[in-house]
Design a protein around this ligand. Structure first.
Ligand SMILES: [Zn+2]
Length: 624
């Protein structure tokens, strides 16, 4: 096929479209969310967040940067415009709303007008009075910006067709290949993102040099082409070659984006060694460097992974974008391997990081997602831009505002992460009310999950021959049943001749459970967390009776948690909390006092009722 023919068939609606792998993704035109937990958030994103982002991009001057004049915002401000475009592209693909289309076109006109004749496009560098192009590869984010430009154009091509943004993205990619190709600069960007973007552009156009360039960037990491900065070269994964590393380290968003690009390169080039390296790093990172929420990155100083088991709840950075990066990476590994544990982590991260970050109104966001809030915060004003992690309440916009736009593109494309297909049938990975229509298949999923564990799957239509429906039984779901029969955890494969109208009833046990951490996570030793289904719960000061000191609460593990009005009620026995001149004392167990029952709410609901203190990990009563 010619490029034009390839592009004409590219309207697939898939955020990630590998040409090979265990599973084939479905596009936003094949899976539709229906009323439920995620559709509510997707609706808020559409009705409020996209407007909010458009408003702030104008207010902060980041969109006007493309029109010329005084440059405003940080080095990477262009990328928020690109992620906004990507979100609009997915939203249009999902709804075909002409107003979204007009908004997209109006922004694209301003963006493409700023492109230089040789394909370079960045409002921060290279113009008179600005620093030269590629004069600061450590911090300049120029290739990172190209990556988001390309991703936005690919999203549009897959939901509408080729347009002038794709022309601009191709010119930019050709410029990158000329400048950084085998004969060009032996260099990488300080922030990964160009790698997965170039592979996606290769998948869209079939042009091999984009894949070759992505592979070159992946392979160049770990050879010290970037400066040894104060955080060390691990910050941008330039310390160890990708195929030699055992675990993710350094800046968590950079690390997950690079790993996603490495999986893309490995899949398209058939490089099993590279795929195995990233798979090993994912496994070790999940086992040793990931919060119970799925959050990644425990260090504030450099927004980075800590050492193994360094997961303090009250210093949890857990950037919202690292949650997005983790989902994007796990999704690629799921498509490559078909293993349900990747979908398990996606589920955990969606319910406990992605759902936590936005406020109910869709116009305030967490940048970081702490697991323990010790002090009452002040509500940031609605019209003020704040430093990235300055507030412990959700803020409308940040100096570094990567998270709101990353959430917007994720919510708009979320349906694509529900199910996949292969030659033998369909696989359902995430449980939410949805319609799946692809090829001969038409399925309807109905559920109030995660509030309720009953999931009804109706086969409206399917092939007349036997086919396989695969269901994920989450690792926590011990005691799950299908039509009353017990199921093992992991992947359940039902191969049969399904009849039209047939309904399957999957029941996942969502009663509350106490969870303890590996002893090596010393920061939470002697504490427990409460989970219910895929949802992590938390204790919030607004739910504690005024006469009880929040810090004095100790959970009694002998009293079984009970559910009441959407909360999980636990029994606590407060210790006598008091301030002392010296906060250490002989190791004699303190006596517990009278029990008090306290409701816990889902962690994703925290800080929605005004300032509060909060903890996910609750100390246990002293042993007596
Ligand atoms: Zn972010």
């Amino acid at each position: 096929m010619t490029i034009d023919e390839t592009l004409a068939t590219a309207v697939s609606g898939m955020p990630v479209a590998p040409t090979r792998g265990r599973l084939r993704p479905l596009g936003v035109g094949e899976v539709t969310l229906r009323p439920g937990f995620w559709q509510q958030r997707q609706d808020t994103n559409a009705a409020r967040t996209l407007d909010h982002i458009g408003h702030w991009l104008e207010k902060a001057g980041w969109l006007a940067n493309f029109d010329g004049g005084e440059r405003r915002g940080r080095e990477f401000a262009d990328t928020e415009v690109y992620k906004y475009l990507e979100a609009l592209a997915w939203e249009y693909g999902r709804t075909r709303d002409p107003e979204i289309d007009l908004r997209y076109r109006a922004v694209v006109r301003r963006v493409v007008a700023a492109q230089e004749p040789d394909g370079y496009l960045n409002t921060k560098y290279g113009r008179p009075g600005q620093a030269p192009r590629y004069s600061d590869l450590e911090w300049g984010h120029e290739l990172y910006s190209f990556g988001y430009l390309i991703q936005a154009a690919v999203a549009r091509a897959r939901t509408y067709g080729p347009d002038e943004l794709l022309d601009a993205a191709i010119r930019a990619a050709d410029h990158v290949c000329a400048e950084f190709g085998p004969q060009g600069r032996n260099a990488i960007c300080g922030h990964a993102e160009i790698e997965p973007a170039l592979v996606e552009l290769y998948r869209l156009t079939g042009v091999r040099r984009y894949l070759d360039q992505a592979r070159l960037f992946v392979e160049r990491h770990g050879h010290g082409t970037l400066a040894d900065i104060e955080f060390g070269r691990s910050y941008f994964q330039d310390d160890i070659p990708v195929r030699d590393a055992d675990v993710f380290r350094g800046h968590a968003v950079r690390a997950t984006y690079l790993a996603a690009g490495a999986v893309d390169v490995a899949v398209e080039t058939g490089d099993s060694g590279l795929l195995e390296a990233v798979t090993r790093q994912w496994r070790n990172t999940v086992a040793r460097r990931t919060y119970i929420t799925g959050g990644m990155g425990s260090r504030h100083q450099d927004e980075a992974f800590g050492d193994d088991f360094v997961l303090p709840p009250d210093r949890a950075y857990s950037e919202t974008c690292a949650g997005v990066g983790s989902v994007l990476l796990s999704w690629r590994l799921l498509l490559a391997h078909g293993d349900p544990r990747y979908a398990d982590l996606i589920e955990r991260t969606l319910f406990n990081v992605i759902a936590t970050a936005p406020g109910d109104g869709g116009d305030r966001f967490f940048y970081t997602n702490t697991l323990h809030q010790r002090t009452l915060g002040a509500e940031p004003p609605a019209d003020v831009q704040v430093p990235r992690a300055a507030s412990n309440l959700r803020a409308p916009w940040f100096d570094v505002s990567c998270c709101p736009t990353n959430l917007a593109r994720t919510f708009a494309s979320l349906a694509a992460y529900v199910a996949t297909a292969d030659d033998d049938g369909l696989q359902i990975h995430q449980y939410t009310s949805a319609t799946i229509r692809t090829g001969a298949y038409h399925l309807e999923i109905d559920t109030a999950y995660p509030d309720d564990g009953l999931i009804s799957i109706r086969i409206v239509a399917g092939p007349d021959t036997p086919w396989t429906l695969s269901l994920r039984v989450p690792a926590w779901a011990s005691g799950a049943t299908l039509d009353g029969l017990p199921l093992r955890r992991g992947l359940v494969q039902l191969r049969r001749r399904f009849t039209a109208g047939q309904v399957l009833q999957l029941r996942l046990p969502v009663q509350p459970r106490l969870v303890t951490a590996d002893d090596r996570i010393d920061a939470v030793r002697g504490t427990v967390a409460v989970e219910r289904g895929p949802v992590v719960y938390c204790l919030e000061s607004v739910d504690v009776p005024p006469h009880v000191a929040f810090d004095a609460l100790r959970l009694d593990p002998d009293a079984v948690p009970v559910e009441a009005d959407g909360t999980v009620v636990v029994t606590c026995r407060p210790t006598a909390a008091a301030d002392h001149d010296w906060p250490y004392r002989p190791a004699v167990p303190a006596g517990a006092v009278e029990a008090v029952r306290v409701p816990l709410h889902p962690y994703h609901r925290w800080a929605r009722r005004g300032p509060s203190t909060m903890r996910v990990w609750i100390p246990l009563t002293p042993e007596r």
